[in-house]
Design a protein around this ligand. Structure first.
Ligand SMILES: *Cc1c(COP(=O)(O)O)cnc(C)c1O
Length: 371
């Protein structure tokens, strides 16, 4: 695509004055590494916000996934079921522990993993199902939990995109054995870079806590009980997180409103929004649309870009990338992921977006269809 000056970016974090004062507090107090009061405060507040028992902060959403898999003891020879239509970090984390990702196609309406296709991918080696709540839309957890129970599999919830979303009145992250979050700059709440691992199992969170901290013995200095990692969050990041959590309800409310504005302006056009089920409540992390063809998608992206509006194409299916194409037996097993990938795009979705800006974006999209 030809470059253009961006007036409306795809995302922009909402950083209220409490973010600044918490960060200044870290600097004034000298507590800028991973030791400091904000880390514990952020973890405790995060758990109580989501109503999950235990949370431990980490350096980003990718290290969160790596540690979640490690804590479950997933390793070489194991298989983990994952949608091919996801951000690459979900899949890479499975590779980090030496396990094999086993890809499943997506549902064309929800854009999430199709639960009907999971069972035939289960083998004797399968240890877990990694669900990814794409763009904030909750997966069909009832069906997925039934399958996991029947086959005695763990569920890992990648909630990087689903912070604040609910399924059957419970926040996402409370359905899996272990759940992971990302606080990258464009996620619903941010710490710049950062992540969290949450679970109702103290044993699992204790294990993550040990591994993220070089597996240093709790009773003996410089004695290490495993090959651990330094995946800790800094106090500065946690200080931002504490402030962000306090604005979380406002941020989620704004994003819902922005979705409604887009929907009202675009729903008559030949485009589809992600189908959110009756029992689900989406955070609308990235408000996204599906066009009928790849040509429409690319032309609309170019039209918006020419007007200074940034958009994002959907993810490429992971199984099409060279690291993973070799492990896939039937590359035409994923028609829906492929179709979503070439027809979908995300629109500017940040909380400060005004009604006028949404109207301007929508008007341009309308002009493409109504010539
Ligand atoms: C953002 C994201 C991650 C990774 O988070 P980082 O903080 O960027 O490492 C993982 N999975 C999904 C689905 C994501 O969207």
């Amino acid at each position: 695509m030809k470059k253009s000056k961006i007036n409306i970016p795809i995302y922009q974090p909402l950083l209220d004055p409490a973010v600044r004062s918490n960060v200044i507090d870290c600097i004034d107090s000298g507590w800028i590494s991973s030791k400091g009061q904000y880390v514990k405060e952020f973890e405790a507040n995060f758990s109580s916000f989501l109503n999950i028992k235990y949370s431990t902060s980490v350096s980003n959403g990718t290290t969160a996934l790596h540690l979640a898999l490690k804590a479950l003891g997933i390793s070489e020879k194991d298989e983990v079921i994952v949608p091919t239509f996801t951000y690459i970090a979900s899949v890479n984390a499975i590779s980090y522990v030496g396990a094999s990702p086993v890809f499943v196609d997506s549902d064309l309406k929800s854009w999430n993993i199709d639960p009907e296709l999971i069972e035939k991918k289960i083998t004797k080696k399968t240890k877990a199902i990694m669900v990814v709540h794409i763009y904030g839309n909750p997966c069909d957890m009832k069906k997925i939990m039934q399958i996991a129970k029947k086959h005695n599999l763990y569920i890992i919830e990648d909630v990087a995109e689903g912070f604040g979303s609910k399924y059957m009145n419970k926040f996402l992250g409370s359905f899996g054995d272990i759940s992971t979050f990302s606080f990258f700059g464009n996620k619903t709440i941010t710490t710049g870079e950062g992540g969290m691992v949450s679970s109702n199992s103290k044993k699992l969170i204790d294990r993550v806590e040990l591994l993220k901290n070089q597996a240093v013995s709790l009773s003996r200095e410089y004695w290490h009980t495993d090959i651990g990692f330094n995946y800790r969050m800094t106090n500065i990041a946690a200080a931002i997180g504490v402030a962000q959590l306090k604005s979380a309800d406002y941020i989620l409310k704004k994003k819902r409103q922005i979705f409604k504005w887009y929907y009202a302006n675009l729903n008559e056009l030949p485009i589809n929004f992600q189908l959110v089920c009756d029992e689900s409540y989406s955070s609308y992390w990235m408000i996204s649309i599906l066009l009928n063809t790849n040509e429409d998608r690319d032309a609309i992206r170019q039209l918006l870009l020419n007007n200074g509006i940034e958009t994002r194409p959907f993810f490429y299916p992971a199984h099409t990338m060279k690291m993973y194409s070799g492990i896939v037996k039937y590359s035409n097993d994923f028609p829906n992921a492929t179709s979503l990938s070439i027809r979908g795009m995300s629109l500017p979705s940040f909380p400060k977006l005004s009604f006028e800006e949404v109207f301007q974006i929508s008007k341009l999209i309308n002009s493409y269809f109504i010539k």
